[in-house]
Write a protein that binds this ligand. Structure first.
Ligand code: BGC
Length: 513
């Protein structure tokens, strides 16, 4: 019999047998390289687009504008084509995530990761060997497909592989590797910017490393028991469960996955099931967490930190170096969430970070408003204060909205809508990353310091949303969320009363929506 623990939702939750095994750690480590591909890409673009050799080859007009840098502080790099370079990846990833969701269900999480790495490698080849803008943009589209596939499969893989008590920590390895990718990119850009005229090719080409590791490593990892059982490979599912839990006593967990997958099989069209009221709570939360994640303004910093730091008055070398500093803060602060998420819980991290991010965005806005005019720069002390504030902001994001934006959507959908629902999370991330990447430089140009108040206002809204609508999910088994979380929540439970009715109608009249 499974032991029983009491959750903070007042329900009894079976505590399945099993410990964390070396094999699970190896699987987590390899799959997380999908996060490194994504992070490397986020981090590399800003640095590459500030390298003169790259600009001269593909964006001559931006290069010309940059030479008159002192004309206008806030508008120096505002160029639609350059922004398209950065953001084309995200549109490709957005569309790819829906295809990837089907693949994840039909073929499994592991083949989806393998396909991701192959697309990514093709993209890297096109970019590093790029001789014209068409090759460069096609390369980015390939990378985007790779990212869309990986971001769909990896977080689900990690959440399904992990025992409930450690799901948060293991899932956050995905975000940890994103941050390592961003940092590695910052360091590499720092050195390659001194290599003329092909340093940018080295920067873009090194993205191949995580993709190769993911592809080769994927042959050593297992499929998740959930995906195996969902696709009727019951024996293999049970054997895998024993292997990853390091115990023979897996019957209760096995049975709960079998029950979840039988429910899932009755749902013929997960996307139409997602539109039913009972799917609303996890769907709304998954989408909003990703939208809010982007409206913190994090990617204004991740993509454009070198530009931003040049704007406040650092030379281009010092700017790249400051990017490395924010990258380090990002990695180490993510470790904080790995240690805290499964005992302190998700909500406290999200709420605390809102306070921290709101204050830092507001103060940066005030400093720029008062002292950064269209020409000239901040004095040295003020510029350093801005970098410190940016670091405190990144710290808050890194232990909360960064990892939890991926964790919570991967753990809150029931199996029947999990891959479809998660595709909405991935695509919302991509869409809003695209919007920020595309719009940030223009917004900086038009709103100037006001852009920081704009982000601060969003942070206020998301704090209130979290307070009232984001439930605590720590320690709840992934296939018990409906009973233990949604049906217990003061607001969302109203959408759950009809859940059982919907099941019955679906079985009796499968075509009636
Ligand atoms: C976000 C990215 C962001 C990164 C920063 C991720 O969770 O999805 O958009 O750049 O965190 O570490």
């Amino acid at each position: 019999m499974p032991a029983v623990v009491v959750t903070n939702h007042g329900g009894d939750v079976p505590d399945f047998e099993g410990k964390i095994t070396i094999y699970v750690i190896i699987c987590v480590f390899i799959a997380a390289f999908g996060g490194l591909m994504f992070g490397y890409d986020i981090g590399i673009s800003g640095g590459v687009t500030s390298m003169d050799d790259f600009l001269k080859k593909f964006f001559m007009n931006v290069y010309e504008k940059k030479k008159h840098v002192h004309e206008n502080n806030y508008c120096k790099y505002n160029d639609a084509l350059l922004q398209l370079f950065t953001s084309s990846l995200y549109i490709a990833a957005l569309l790819a995530s829906f295809v990837a969701s089907r693949l994840c269900t039909k073929m499994g999480r592991k083949p989806t990761m393998q396909i991701a790495s192959i697309f990514f490698m093709v993209g890297v080849g096109l970019q590093a060997g790029g001789i014209n803008i068409v090759m460069i943009v096609c390369g980015r589209i390939m990378l985007g497909i790779g990212v869309g596939f990986a971001n769909q499969a990896v977080p689900l893989f990690l959440s399904e592989l992990a025992p409930a008590k450690m799901r948060g920590a293991l899932n956050i390895c995905f975000q940890l590797f994103i941050t390592i990718g961003i940092l590695a990119a910052g360091i590499i850009n720092y050195f390659t910017s001194k290599v003329h005229p092909h340093g940018w090719r080295i920067s873009l080409g090194l993205a191949i490393v995580p993709a190769v590791i993911l592809l080769i490593g994927s042959f050593a990892i297992c499929e998740t028991p959930t995906s195996l059982i969902e696709r009727k490979n019951l024996d293999e599912g049970k054997a895998t469960l024993k292997k990853i839990r390091g115990t023979e006593d897996v019957i209760p967990e096995f049975e709960s996955i079998v029950a979840a997958s039988e429910m899932a099989r009755q749902v013929k069209n997960p996307f139409s099931k997602l539109m039913k009221p009972s799917s609303r709570p996890p769907l709304i939360i998954a989408i909003l967490l990703q939208v809010f994640q982007q409206f913190t303004g994090i990617n204004a910093i991740m993509f454009y930190a070198p530009v931003l730091f040049q704007t406040v008055g650092f030379g281009s070398n010092a700017s790249l170096l400051s990017t490395v500093i924010t990258g380090l803060v990002n990695v180490f602060s993510t470790l904080v969430s790995i240690y805290t998420v499964d005992w302190a819980g998700r909500r406290i991290l999200l709420l605390e970070a809102c306070v921290q991010m709101f204050l830092t965005q507001t103060v940066v806005g005030l400093i720029l408003l008062i002292d950064l005019k269209t020409t000239g720069s901040l004095n040295h002390v003020e510029a350093v204060i801005v970098v410190v504030l940016v670091c405190i902001f990144v710290m808050g994001f890194a232990w909360s909205w960064g990892p939890l934006g991926w964790l919570i959507p991967s753990e809150t959908f029931p199996l029947e809508t999990r891959t479809a629902g998660f595709a909405f999370a991935v695509s919302s991330n991509m869409l809003f990353t695209f919007i920020i990447a595309q719009a940030f430089l223009s917004m900086l140009c038009h709103m100037r310091a006001g852009i920081f108040f704009f982000f601060a206002a969003w942070i206020l809204v998301m704090g209130l949303f979290t307070l009232f609508f984001v439930p605590e999910t720590k320690g709840v088994p992934i296939d018990s969320m409906v009973e233990k979380v949604w049906k217990q929540h003061w607001f969302w439970k109203r959408y759950m009363v009809d859940a059982d009715d919907e099941e019955i109608k679906e079985q009796v009249h499968p075509h009636v929506k």
